[in-house]
Write a protein that binds this ligand. Structure first.
Ligand code: NAI
Length: 485
């Protein structure tokens, strides 16, 4: 803690370098900057204490400073062990007007390359705003902060945190340990947090799935805003963001020539569609796998071969998982791949690729080529000589682990939704039921509108008669809620 600001970052002296990047990012984030101007006087987030868990990148730094500009107090962690940009984390702590000696920004607990134990320690730091003050808003990406609160409340009610069993994955064991320590320090803490929190705004597909499950099981403890399913989020960030950052990660990680290679994209949802374009744009020969007949048909109509993974496992050069599901590429399939085939994931969690199974193959060797790039060497067998595959970011989000995630402009769309969602849930307490909501369409349209000028887009204005003819208001919304874009 320095000058009243608590933090745990890699190196505070990186703040100046971070600030330079923030300055550039602000120009590319017109939605967030417009909200800063719109709400400069009214300060709708005054009194909000936002616990944020979302990749601590340069773009997120601009989001954090926007929330602060709207009146909020913020504590932040990354939602992934590799995704922090250390200079952005430092810049947020130092703040726009502080110095390294006298930081005056926000509390951040994040650095690139956390261990999983450190990750959960950081997440637990989110909930103590000092002087016994608790968060009253959560901003989440993937739902880990929300998970900790919900599990904490469950175990407080049960009177004990269960012991981890042998079968529990390492990560759940760490969650249980974090909760044990946290509740030992302050029993009843999570129950009080859950009472205090007015709502959570969730960034990504996987986190949203967790929220709908909690709501369906009657276990959701506060209202939730599904930011992912704003059209201006999932149809932009998931698709155009990945189109940009997937090859960025591949290039920085491996610099392998993409043209001509056979690339296998597992999953043809929003992220998968962006991934396909990313690699096709480089001249890769792309095939996809899908379980959903609609998405599979879409892929075929786009001229893509839709295959089963086993059909191409020996032919593919680059394998990318985008499903949000688990056990997509298994160890025995990786063993059959070409020498130096690249295997990487851009889905939210690291269980799409069977990393645990890979490590258990007898005689396998893991060589670090550089951080977040590993060669796994399979021993020679009777019918095959020694060969390797390259795994990026240890199977975690490679566009954030090997590169710097999506670029500012597309994240401005996502984060303008986040900020508006925070304002909605914070200022309209009691108006949103304890359920999962999406932003009303006029706000979704507003997010898009805020990004048009920067691209020189000239929107055609509907006449009153035209508006009546198609049954909408001149000012929008222009589509019915079920329209799919
Ligand atoms: P989505 O639901 O639109 O797409 C996932 C697709 O995978 C679906 O079409 C589904 O049918 C398919 N799928 C599921 N199981 C499969 C299997 N066994 N084999 C083949 N296909 C399968 O979800 P979306 O929005 O594309 O997100 C996917 C993942 O990416 C989520 O985990 C999300 O949180 C994450 N995400 C990552 C980002 C990044 O920057 N890396 C950005 C946005 C989302």
């Amino acid at each position: 803690k320095v000058n009243g600001i608590e933090f745990a970052v890699a190196d505070l002296s990186l703040a100046e370098a971070g600030r330079k990047q923030l300055r550039l990012a602000e120009v590319e984030m017109p939605g967030l900057m417009a909200l800063r101007r719109e709400y400069a006087d009214s300060q709708p987030l005054k009194g909000a204490r936002v616990a944020g868990s979302l990749h601590m990148t340069v773009q997120t730094a601009v989001l954090i400073e926007t929330l602060v500009a709207l009146g909020a107090e913020v504590r932040w962690v990354s939602c992934n062990i590799f995704s922090t940009q250390d200079e952005a984390a430092a810049a947020v702590v130092v703040g726009p007007n502080g110095t390294v000696e006298r930081p005056s920004g926000s509390a951040v607990f994040a650095w690139k390359g956390e261990t999983l134990a450190e990750y959960w320690w950081c997440t637990d730091q989110l909930f103590d705003f000092g002087d016994g003050r608790l968060p009253n808003m959560v901003l989440d990406d993937g739902g880990d902060a929300t998970l900790l609160i919900h599990k904490g409340v469950e175990f407080e009610a049960a009177g004990a945190v269960p012991q981890a069993t042998e079968e529990d994955p390492e990560e759940y064991t760490l969650v249980l340990r974090t909760l044990t320590d946290s509740i030992a320090r302050d029993a009843g803490r999570f129950t009080r947090i859950a009472k205090e929190v007015r709502g959570v705004t969730e960034e990504t597909t996987n986190g949203v799935k967790r929220l709908y499950k909690l709501a369906k099981d009657g276990e959701l403890l506060f209202p939730a805003m599904n930011v992912n399913d704003s059209v201006t989020k999932s149809k932009f960030d998931n698709k155009y963001g990945i189109r940009h950052s997937l090859i960025d990660g591949l290039n920085r990680g491996t610099d392998v020539m993409i043209a001509g290679k056979v690339a296998v994209i597992c999953g043809y949802g929003d992220v998968g569609k962006g991934a396909v374009e990313s690699l096709r744009g480089q001249g890769a020969r792309v095939v996809v796998t899908e379980i959903d007949p609609i998405c599979a048909l879409q892929a075929a109509m786009e001229g893509l071969d839709v295959v089963e993974l086993d059909d191409v496992v020996e032919r593919g050069d680059i394998f990318i998982t985008t499903t949000g599901n688990f056990d997509i590429i298994m160890a025995d399939q990786m063993a059959k791949m070409k020498h130096n085939a690249i295997v990487a994931n851009v889905g939210h969690f690291d269980n799409e690729i069977d990393m645990a199974g890979l490590a258990k193959i007898p005689g396998i060797e893991k060589i670090e080529i550089k951080p977040q790039v590993h060669e796994w060497v399979f021993p020679a067998t009777a019918d095959r000589e020694q060969h390797s595959i390259l795994v990026l970011s240890e199977g975690r989000l490679m566009n954030l682990g090997n590169a710097t995630g999506h670029p500012s402009f597309v994240m401005s769309n996502s984060f303008t939704n986040q900020t508006i969602a925070q304002i909605e849930l914070f200022t309209k307490q009691g108006q949103y039921a304890t359920d999962v909501h999406v932003l009303p369409k006029h706000l979704d349209e507003k997010v898009a509108r805020l990004h048009l000028d920067a691209l020189g887009v000239r929107l055609t204005k509907l006449t009153k008669r035209q508006a009546e003819y198609i049954g909408v208001d001149v000012e929008g919304p222009y589509k019915l809620d079920h329209y799919r874009y």
